[in-house]
Design a protein around this ligand. Structure first.
Ligand code: GLN
Length: 327
Protein backbone atom coordinates (compact mmCIF):
# COMPACT_ATOMS: atom_id res chain seq x y z
CA UNK A 1 0.00 0.00 0.00
CA UNK A 2 1.26 3.46 -0.85
CA UNK A 3 2.02 5.56 2.22
CA UNK A 4 -0.03 8.73 2.60
CA UNK A 5 1.94 11.86 1.70
CA UNK A 6 3.30 13.39 4.89
CA UNK A 7 2.27 17.00 5.47
CA UNK A 8 5.98 17.80 5.72
CA UNK A 9 6.33 17.10 2.01
CA UNK A 10 3.53 19.62 1.37
CA UNK A 11 5.34 22.22 3.46
CA UNK A 12 8.55 21.62 1.52
CA UNK A 13 6.65 21.94 -1.77
CA UNK A 14 5.24 25.25 -0.61
CA UNK A 15 8.65 26.58 0.48
CA UNK A 16 10.20 25.36 -2.78
CA UNK A 17 7.49 27.06 -4.85
CA UNK A 18 7.79 30.28 -2.86
CA UNK A 19 11.55 30.70 -3.36
CA UNK A 20 12.04 29.12 -6.79
CA UNK A 21 10.88 32.45 -8.30
CA UNK A 22 13.77 34.28 -6.62
CA UNK A 23 16.35 34.99 -9.29
CA UNK A 24 18.90 36.82 -7.15
CA UNK A 25 22.49 35.74 -6.84
CA UNK A 26 25.39 34.81 -9.02
CA UNK A 27 26.68 31.33 -9.87
CA UNK A 28 30.32 30.74 -8.85
CA UNK A 29 32.47 31.09 -11.95
CA UNK A 30 36.06 31.02 -10.67
CA UNK A 31 36.38 27.79 -12.65
CA UNK A 32 34.41 27.08 -15.86
CA UNK A 33 32.86 23.84 -14.58
CA UNK A 34 30.89 25.58 -11.82
CA UNK A 35 29.68 28.31 -14.18
CA UNK A 36 27.88 25.61 -16.20
CA UNK A 37 25.36 25.02 -13.37
CA UNK A 38 21.71 25.69 -14.18
CA UNK A 39 20.56 28.61 -12.04
CA UNK A 40 17.06 27.12 -11.77
CA UNK A 41 18.21 23.94 -10.02
CA UNK A 42 16.65 23.87 -6.58
CA UNK A 43 16.36 20.87 -4.31
CA UNK A 44 15.30 20.65 -0.66
CA UNK A 45 15.73 17.43 1.32
CA UNK A 46 15.06 16.60 4.94
CA UNK A 47 16.05 13.27 6.49
CA UNK A 48 15.00 12.45 10.04
CA UNK A 49 17.38 11.01 12.62
CA UNK A 50 15.48 7.75 12.18
CA UNK A 51 15.88 7.73 8.41
CA UNK A 52 12.63 9.07 6.93
CA UNK A 53 13.19 11.07 3.75
CA UNK A 54 11.18 14.11 2.62
CA UNK A 55 12.25 16.03 -0.44
CA UNK A 56 11.21 18.21 -3.35
CA UNK A 57 12.73 19.57 -6.55
CA UNK A 58 16.17 18.73 -7.92
CA UNK A 59 17.18 16.65 -4.94
CA UNK A 60 19.06 14.04 -6.98
CA UNK A 61 21.07 16.56 -9.03
CA UNK A 62 24.79 16.12 -8.37
CA UNK A 63 27.06 19.08 -7.68
CA UNK A 64 30.45 19.47 -5.98
CA UNK A 65 30.37 19.59 -2.20
CA UNK A 66 33.12 22.26 -1.97
CA UNK A 67 33.38 23.84 1.49
CA UNK A 68 30.64 21.64 2.95
CA UNK A 69 33.34 18.96 3.08
CA UNK A 70 35.25 20.95 5.71
CA UNK A 71 33.44 19.97 8.94
CA UNK A 72 33.39 16.31 7.92
CA UNK A 73 37.13 16.19 7.26
CA UNK A 74 37.61 18.01 10.57
CA UNK A 75 35.79 15.07 12.17
CA UNK A 76 38.27 12.67 10.57
CA UNK A 77 41.17 14.76 11.93
CA UNK A 78 39.60 14.61 15.41
CA UNK A 79 39.34 10.83 15.14
CA UNK A 80 42.92 10.59 13.90
CA UNK A 81 44.50 12.83 16.57
CA UNK A 82 42.03 13.60 19.36
CA UNK A 83 40.66 16.96 20.42
CA UNK A 84 43.67 18.49 22.17
CA UNK A 85 46.13 17.87 19.36
CA UNK A 86 43.72 19.16 16.70
CA UNK A 87 42.98 22.25 18.82
CA UNK A 88 46.70 22.89 19.20
CA UNK A 89 46.97 22.97 15.38
CA UNK A 90 43.72 24.71 14.32
CA UNK A 91 41.77 27.28 16.35
CA UNK A 92 38.00 27.60 16.68
CA UNK A 93 37.57 31.38 16.47
CA UNK A 94 35.47 32.97 13.71
CA UNK A 95 37.44 35.36 11.50
CA UNK A 96 34.62 37.55 10.23
CA UNK A 97 36.53 37.45 6.96
CA UNK A 98 36.02 35.74 3.61
CA UNK A 99 36.68 32.00 3.48
CA UNK A 100 39.81 32.41 1.38
CA UNK A 101 41.30 35.30 3.40
CA UNK A 102 45.04 35.08 3.93
CA UNK A 103 44.90 35.50 7.68
CA UNK A 104 46.52 33.37 10.37
CA UNK A 105 46.43 33.68 14.14
CA UNK A 106 49.98 34.80 14.80
CA UNK A 107 49.59 34.79 18.58
CA UNK A 108 48.84 31.06 18.68
CA UNK A 109 50.55 30.13 15.40
CA UNK A 110 47.40 28.46 14.03
CA UNK A 111 44.86 29.10 11.34
CA UNK A 112 41.76 30.61 12.95
CA UNK A 113 39.28 27.79 12.39
CA UNK A 114 38.72 24.71 10.19
CA UNK A 115 35.94 26.31 8.08
CA UNK A 116 38.14 28.91 6.36
CA UNK A 117 40.47 27.63 3.66
CA UNK A 118 43.63 28.01 5.75
CA UNK A 119 42.14 25.90 8.55
CA UNK A 120 40.63 23.40 6.12
CA UNK A 121 43.99 22.90 4.41
CA UNK A 122 45.65 22.42 7.81
CA UNK A 123 42.84 19.96 8.63
CA UNK A 124 43.47 17.99 5.43
CA UNK A 125 47.15 17.96 6.44
CA UNK A 126 46.16 16.07 9.62
CA UNK A 127 44.42 13.22 7.75
CA UNK A 128 46.52 10.15 8.42
CA UNK A 129 47.77 7.62 5.88
CA UNK A 130 51.11 6.12 4.87
CA UNK A 131 50.95 7.76 1.45
CA UNK A 132 48.69 9.98 -0.65
CA UNK A 133 46.50 7.16 -2.09
CA UNK A 134 45.83 5.82 1.39
CA UNK A 135 44.85 9.29 2.63
CA UNK A 136 42.46 9.80 -0.31
CA UNK A 137 40.97 6.36 0.27
CA UNK A 138 40.40 7.12 3.96
CA UNK A 139 38.79 10.45 3.08
CA UNK A 140 36.44 8.93 0.51
CA UNK A 141 35.60 6.01 2.77
CA UNK A 142 34.61 8.46 5.52
CA UNK A 143 32.31 10.34 3.11
CA UNK A 144 30.83 7.03 1.85
CA UNK A 145 29.74 6.20 5.38
CA UNK A 146 28.00 9.56 5.73
CA UNK A 147 26.29 9.24 2.34
CA UNK A 148 25.55 5.53 2.57
CA UNK A 149 26.94 4.90 -0.93
CA UNK A 150 30.20 5.00 -2.86
CA UNK A 151 31.26 8.58 -3.52
CA UNK A 152 33.05 9.99 -6.56
CA UNK A 153 35.23 12.94 -7.42
CA UNK A 154 34.26 15.17 -10.36
CA UNK A 155 37.55 14.91 -12.17
CA UNK A 156 37.22 18.03 -14.31
CA UNK A 157 36.36 20.16 -11.26
CA UNK A 158 39.31 18.60 -9.42
CA UNK A 159 41.68 19.36 -12.30
CA UNK A 160 40.43 22.96 -12.48
CA UNK A 161 40.64 23.44 -8.71
CA UNK A 162 44.26 22.33 -8.70
CA UNK A 163 45.18 24.24 -11.88
CA UNK A 164 43.76 27.50 -10.53
CA UNK A 165 44.35 26.94 -6.79
CA UNK A 166 47.29 29.34 -6.50
CA UNK A 167 45.79 31.18 -3.57
CA UNK A 168 45.17 27.96 -1.63
CA UNK A 169 48.67 26.77 -2.50
CA UNK A 170 50.05 30.10 -1.25
CA UNK A 171 48.11 29.73 2.01
CA UNK A 172 49.48 26.19 2.38
CA UNK A 173 53.05 27.30 1.85
CA UNK A 174 52.66 30.28 4.15
CA UNK A 175 51.53 27.85 6.85
CA UNK A 176 54.49 25.61 6.05
CA UNK A 177 56.76 28.62 6.53
CA UNK A 178 55.28 29.15 10.01
CA UNK A 179 55.48 25.46 10.91
CA UNK A 180 51.68 25.16 11.08
CA UNK A 181 51.62 22.23 8.64
CA UNK A 182 54.05 19.47 7.71
CA UNK A 183 56.36 18.92 4.76
CA UNK A 184 53.75 16.92 2.86
CA UNK A 185 51.69 20.08 2.34
CA UNK A 186 51.61 19.61 -1.47
CA UNK A 187 49.84 16.26 -0.96
CA UNK A 188 47.54 17.84 1.61
CA UNK A 189 46.57 20.53 -0.89
CA UNK A 190 45.74 17.79 -3.40
CA UNK A 191 43.64 16.14 -0.72
CA UNK A 192 41.84 19.45 -0.10
CA UNK A 193 41.16 19.89 -3.85
CA UNK A 194 39.84 16.31 -3.94
CA UNK A 195 37.49 16.78 -1.02
CA UNK A 196 36.07 19.99 -2.56
CA UNK A 197 35.42 18.16 -5.86
CA UNK A 198 33.33 15.32 -4.45
CA UNK A 199 29.88 14.95 -5.96
CA UNK A 200 26.77 15.05 -3.77
CA UNK A 201 23.07 15.92 -4.07
CA UNK A 202 20.78 17.67 -1.59
CA UNK A 203 19.55 14.16 -0.78
CA UNK A 204 23.10 13.15 0.22
CA UNK A 205 23.60 16.33 2.25
CA UNK A 206 20.41 15.66 4.21
CA UNK A 207 21.58 12.12 5.00
CA UNK A 208 24.99 13.47 6.05
CA UNK A 209 23.22 16.00 8.27
CA UNK A 210 20.91 13.30 9.65
CA UNK A 211 23.98 11.20 10.46
CA UNK A 212 25.28 14.03 12.64
CA UNK A 213 21.78 14.57 14.07
CA UNK A 214 21.78 10.87 14.95
CA UNK A 215 25.00 10.94 17.00
CA UNK A 216 27.22 9.92 14.08
CA UNK A 217 25.34 6.87 12.81
CA UNK A 218 23.87 6.99 9.31
CA UNK A 219 20.16 6.38 9.98
CA UNK A 220 19.58 4.69 6.61
CA UNK A 221 22.46 2.21 6.65
CA UNK A 222 23.03 1.96 10.42
CA UNK A 223 26.75 2.46 9.80
CA UNK A 224 28.76 4.75 12.08
CA UNK A 225 30.49 7.60 10.23
CA UNK A 226 32.10 9.38 13.21
CA UNK A 227 32.58 8.70 16.88
CA UNK A 228 29.67 10.11 18.88
CA UNK A 229 31.90 12.16 21.20
CA UNK A 230 33.17 14.32 18.32
CA UNK A 231 29.79 15.22 16.79
CA UNK A 232 29.21 18.21 19.08
CA UNK A 233 32.52 19.76 18.06
CA UNK A 234 31.59 19.61 14.38
CA UNK A 235 28.21 21.17 15.13
CA UNK A 236 29.60 24.00 17.27
CA UNK A 237 32.13 24.96 14.66
CA UNK A 238 29.38 24.85 12.01
CA UNK A 239 27.22 27.17 14.12
CA UNK A 240 30.00 29.70 14.78
CA UNK A 241 31.87 29.56 11.45
CA UNK A 242 29.86 27.52 8.92
CA UNK A 243 28.29 30.21 6.75
CA UNK A 244 31.35 32.21 5.74
CA UNK A 245 31.36 35.80 6.95
CA UNK A 246 27.58 35.59 7.43
CA UNK A 247 28.09 33.05 10.24
CA UNK A 248 27.34 35.48 13.09
CA UNK A 249 24.05 36.68 11.65
CA UNK A 250 23.18 33.10 10.70
CA UNK A 251 23.69 31.87 14.27
CA UNK A 252 21.60 34.82 15.48
CA UNK A 253 18.69 34.58 13.06
CA UNK A 254 18.57 30.92 12.02
CA UNK A 255 20.43 29.15 14.83
CA UNK A 256 20.96 25.91 12.91
CA UNK A 257 24.50 24.48 12.76
CA UNK A 258 25.10 24.60 9.00
CA UNK A 259 27.78 24.65 6.35
CA UNK A 260 27.58 26.03 2.85
CA UNK A 261 29.69 25.61 -0.26
CA UNK A 262 30.23 27.61 -3.44
CA UNK A 263 28.60 24.81 -5.46
CA UNK A 264 25.30 26.08 -4.01
CA UNK A 265 24.78 23.48 -1.30
CA UNK A 266 23.92 23.94 2.37
CA UNK A 267 23.80 21.21 5.02
CA UNK A 268 21.99 21.89 8.30
CA UNK A 269 21.65 19.78 11.45
CA UNK A 270 18.94 19.79 14.12
CA UNK A 271 20.56 17.55 16.76
CA UNK A 272 18.48 14.51 17.60
CA UNK A 273 15.96 15.36 14.91
CA UNK A 274 16.86 16.16 11.29
CA UNK A 275 19.41 16.73 8.63
CA UNK A 276 18.60 19.38 6.02
CA UNK A 277 20.19 19.44 2.55
CA UNK A 278 19.54 22.28 0.11
CA UNK A 279 20.94 22.92 -3.34
CA UNK A 280 20.51 26.04 -5.47
CA UNK A 281 23.56 27.41 -7.33
CA UNK A 282 23.09 31.23 -7.31
CA UNK A 283 25.10 32.69 -4.42
CA UNK A 284 24.82 35.93 -2.48
CA UNK A 285 27.75 38.30 -1.95
CA UNK A 286 29.06 36.21 0.97
CA UNK A 287 29.04 32.97 -1.06
CA UNK A 288 25.91 31.37 0.41
CA UNK A 289 23.11 29.96 -1.74
CA UNK A 290 20.41 32.67 -1.96
CA UNK A 291 17.45 30.29 -2.01
CA UNK A 292 19.17 28.01 0.50
CA UNK A 293 19.47 30.82 3.04
CA UNK A 294 15.83 31.85 2.50
CA UNK A 295 14.54 28.27 2.83
CA UNK A 296 16.54 27.66 6.03
CA UNK A 297 15.34 30.91 7.54
CA UNK A 298 11.77 29.98 6.74
CA UNK A 299 12.12 26.47 8.22
CA UNK A 300 13.80 27.82 11.35
CA UNK A 301 11.23 30.55 11.96
CA UNK A 302 8.19 28.50 11.10
CA UNK A 303 9.09 25.46 13.21
CA UNK A 304 11.16 26.93 16.04
CA UNK A 305 14.35 25.18 14.92
CA UNK A 306 16.74 27.78 16.38
CA UNK A 307 19.18 26.01 18.71
CA UNK A 308 18.43 28.46 21.52
CA UNK A 309 14.66 28.50 21.12
CA UNK A 310 13.11 28.05 24.55
CA UNK A 311 9.50 27.84 25.63
CA UNK A 312 8.48 27.31 22.01
CA UNK A 313 4.76 26.58 21.69
CA UNK A 314 4.30 26.74 17.90
CA UNK A 315 4.10 23.95 15.34
CA UNK A 316 6.98 21.47 15.30
CA UNK A 317 8.46 19.84 12.24
CA UNK A 318 8.23 16.46 13.96
CA UNK A 319 4.42 16.88 14.18
CA UNK A 320 4.28 16.80 10.38
CA UNK A 321 5.68 13.30 9.89
CA UNK A 322 3.41 10.51 8.67
CA UNK A 323 1.48 9.42 11.80
CA UNK A 324 1.99 5.71 11.09
CA UNK A 325 5.77 6.08 11.21
CA UNK A 326 6.00 8.51 14.07
CA UNK A 327 5.86 6.11 17.01
N1 GLN B 1 37.19 25.07 -3.64
C1 GLN B 1 37.14 26.48 -3.45
C2 GLN B 1 38.31 27.00 -2.66
O1 GLN B 1 38.92 26.27 -1.93
C3 GLN B 1 35.84 26.94 -2.83
C4 GLN B 1 35.48 26.32 -1.53
C5 GLN B 1 34.18 26.89 -1.00
O2 GLN B 1 33.10 26.28 -1.16
N2 GLN B 1 34.21 28.06 -0.44
O3 GLN B 1 38.64 28.16 -2.78
Amino acid sequence: MKAAAAPLREVLREIHARFSGNSDGKIADYIPELAKANRNWFGISIVTADGQVFEVGDCKQNFTIQSISKPFVYGLALEDHGLEHVLSKIGVEPTGEAFNAIVLDEASNRPFNPMVNAGAIATADLVKGKDFPERVTRLLSMFSKYCGRDVYIDNSVFMSERMTGHRNRAIGHLMLNFGMVGERIEDSLELYFQQCSMLVSSHDLAIMGATLANGGVNPITGQRAIEQRYVKYLLSIMLSCGMYDYAGEWAYRVGIPSKSGVGGGIVGVIPGQFGIGIFSPPLDAKGNSVRGVLACRELSERFGLHAFESGYTGQRLSDLLTPARRS
